[in-house]
Design a protein. Sequence first.
Length: 225
Amino acid sequence: MDVAALVSGGKDSALALYKVLRQGHNVKYLITMVPQRPDSWMFHYPNIQLTSLFAEASGIQLIKAETRGEKETELVDLENLLRNVDVEGVVSGAISSMYQKTRIDKICEKLGLKSITPLWQADPLKLLNEIVVLQFHVIITGVYAHGFDQKWLGRTIDEIAIEDLKELNAKFQTSIVGEGGEYETLVLDTPFFRKKIQITKARIVWQGSSGYLLVEDAELRKKPL
């Protein structure tokens, strides 16, 4: 099936893309919505520009469109973009968010497209472990919930980080995968990348009890054989 995959540069959309590629779907396009405000309900904001490197590393054409990032209006912007894309289905990385899934499902139904959600209702802990086992290189780039501090920014998601996320979940009921907006991620390498993303310049933006790692410069580099 010819599909378009919604990507933010984060782990969920990257893992969903990995799974549909493994299933044999032809991913014709990557789709990125670029919100013009930091509190978009649907789309990532910090470092969204890096999806250009994500697409180049994947070898898949990227289609980007801007949205004001306003609740519900941003969905109209996504619908208008997908209306002109020649595919049969749309891939998204929803895990348990009914807000995200029902709205994408509605758009797909309206446009006669199949909504494909490879991660839907999967066990969050198993998904994080899968990312590590598959050797995805994922770093945390934003933290917005109790228990997180600046030390998390730029941290790689590995076995130790997963244990710490489990502790935060037990103490503060934060989502282990951050689907409630507790944290955001950036994927630097995956099994389907032809090259890896290397951050060459970044700085921390911290405001009270939350903040993010702002990537100011990055480039693609060859992967070791």
